[in-house]
Design a binder for this molecule. Structure first.
Ligand SMILES: *Cc1c(COP(=O)(O)O)cnc(C)c1O
Length: 369
């Protein structure tokens, strides 16, 4: 890669392909893969990632919202796309873009059938979401007869899959809870497909579910974070490669004398002569204010440069007193060192949040390392 001379997010499609291979090595040959590309592909570039994953052989994509699915369609993605969290106001966009809605409540089922009938749809694919303990979205067992009756009365929609979502698949301490969720899913999905009178795809595990509950693969697995290089487990992280690397550059270097301050509200007061580097990235770019005052750091020429003072909207200042560097030098914010997970941990967060926070004003550079 050429040295970064502005803030940019490198997206390594070879790392993505390697992560896909690793994750599929954990599943049975005929288990299908649904790749989760919501939130701009976990902050990367949903279209570039989706195109590469079609090439890798995924069967399905999942996005959170209808607009994200429409973006993929407009970019030429043709394989099925599940919309995890549609709202009635999105039905036109969903059907016009051939997206497949997750139906998670009686109201949604009723409203979508009414819509599909009004639009003379035949067997429009829908997915039924079952709540097995996350208590976020989904039907419970007491809704099965309602669902079966609604579906028996219409030919406008057809159930393509029945699925649920695990609440703590990465947490060994919650293993019993997760096993109960899996059993609840097995039982409810069986009753439901019996009531429907036809088979559908069943799926419930996410990345950590693939790793920790291989017996719960059913027909398909849904993977997001693993594709982007994180396994929610230090042992798994060894086999995965971060897809995104956030880089920036040194704009200016200052030498601060003892007693002088750096940044807004005297966030840093120098105890002795200090050299600082100002970087063109701030909280508007996804570097949380929580990283200020030495909590977060960047890497310059392999060395750790802690953030001094408060994080500004468009800039941070870092301590380079002990680093041989100059204006124009490249800076790694996260990638290999530190990883997004290491940096996220410093503010009690997770890589999911740090990756998806990278703002859209940062240029994405697609590469193959
Ligand atoms: C985001 C999401 C996933 C992906 O989870 P990972 O932990 O990133 O693999 C899977 N299923 C649902 C319902 C989701 O919302």
């Amino acid at each position: 890669m050429p040295k970064a001379n502005e803030t940019l997010l490198e997206i390594d499609l070879n790392a993505l392909g390697d992560n896909y291979k690793y994750l599929t090595s954990k599943i049975k040959k005929n288990t299908k893969v649904m790749a989760v590309v919501k939130a701009f592909g976990y902050g990367s570039d949903a279209v570039a990632v989706a195109k590469e994953l079609v090439h890798c052989g995924v069967t399905y994509f999942a996005v959170a919202y209808a607009g994200e699915g429409a973006t993929l369609r407009n970019a030429g993605i043709q394989i099925p796309i599940l919309v995890l969290h549609p709202l009635p106001t999105n039905f036109d966009l969903i059907v016009n873009s051939c997206l497949e809605p997750s139906i998670y409540s009686r109201k949604m089922l009723h409203d979508f059938i009414a819509y599909a009938e009004a639009k003379s749809q035949k067997e429009y694919p829908i997915h039924l979401k079952i709540n097995t303990g996350l208590n976020r979205l989904g039907f419970k067992s007491e809704d099965i007869s309602f669902i079966a009756e609604m579906l028996a009365e219409t030919k406008s929609v057809k159930v393509r899959s029945v699925f649920s979502h695990l609440a703590a698949s990465e947490d060994a301490a919650q293993r019993e809870f997760t096993l109960r969720q899996i059993e609840a899913f097995r039982s409810i999905s069986t009753t439901l497909t019996n009531a429907l009178g036809y088979q559908t795809l069943l799926h419930t595990v996410n990345t950590s579910g693939i790793i920790n509950f291989p017996e719960a693969q059913f027909d398909m697995v849904r993977t997001g974070i693993g594709l982007y290089g994180f396994g929610n487990d230090p042992r798994e992280n060894q086999f995965l490669k971060p897809v995104a690397t956030l880089k920036t550059v040194i704009s200016q270097i200052h030498t601060i004398e003892a007693g002088e301050n750096v940044g807004y509200n005297m966030g840093f007061n120098a105890k002795s002569r200090t050299r600082t580097a100002t970087l063109p990235i701030g909280h508007a770019d996804g570097i949380s204010r929580a990283f200020g005052k030495g909590v977060g750091w960047v890497t310059i020429h392999g060395k750790k440069a802690p953030i001094v003072g408060n994080v500004c909207m468009d800039m941070i200042m870092v301590d380079v007193t002990n680093i041989d560097c100059e204006e124009g030098d490249e800076v790694e914010v996260f990638g290999e060192n530190p990883t997004a997970e290491e940096l996220a941990l410093a503010i009690q967060s997770i890589p999911y949040e740090l990756l998806t926070a990278v703002s859209q004003r940062i240029k994405r550079v697609i590469c193959r390392k």
